[in-house]
Design a protein around this ligand. Sequence first.
Ligand SMILES: Cc1ncc(CO)c(N)n1
Length: 224
Amino acid sequence: MEKPEKRGVIDTWLDKHRSIYTAAIRHAFVVSIRDGSVDLSSFRTWLGQDYLFVRGFVPFVANVLIRAGKESGETSDMEVVLGGLASLNDEIEWFKSEGSKWGVDFSTVVPQKANQDYRRFMEALMSSEVKFSVMMTAFWAIEAVYQESFAHCLEVGNKTPAELTGACNRWGNDGFKEYCSSVKKIAERCLENASGEALAEAEDALVRVLEHEVAFWEMSRGGQ
Ligand SMILES: Cc1ncc(CO)c(N)n1
């Protein structure tokens, strides 16, 4: 049996914003992977766009790493983030091999609006004006949406096409779930000591991540 996690402010926010949270983790595109009805041109679109997203996410995580080294209360925090950065190294390689498997040439993929908007949002979060607790909350949300979404595609009763299980395993595996829970604990600890202003900003950042994730799935489903 898994130990029940202590409920913190993030869980309170997720309850409060349940409808957008559900929209992000149970989007029609993800549900279509799970039920096997996914349109493969949508999957190709997602693959190309997400490769570009991840290239923008790497500097964001690198920034989180730098700030964790300076501002975080516990030495293990930096190691958690470093682990995430290391898996992004594998992820880039994984994207490249998927790209050739699916005939997606990343050098010709143009970032669509939802992707550009999301990347701009991440860039804004890298400003030194943004509090570390806010950055950490957004970081957790970005990872958690993928974890929850792709784990859903692997749950019992799924009809996920065999050629898509690699993608689902990448984010839906138990190790990634553990990692997300470690990131969440760091964010929660930072939020425990945060000012009212920082809390409001973190809640806003969380909701905005969820909105960007919904728009990203929407764009993928559009499949161009
Ligand atoms: C859009 C998007 N959100 C999150 C992740 C990683 O969690 C990703 N690869 N792409």
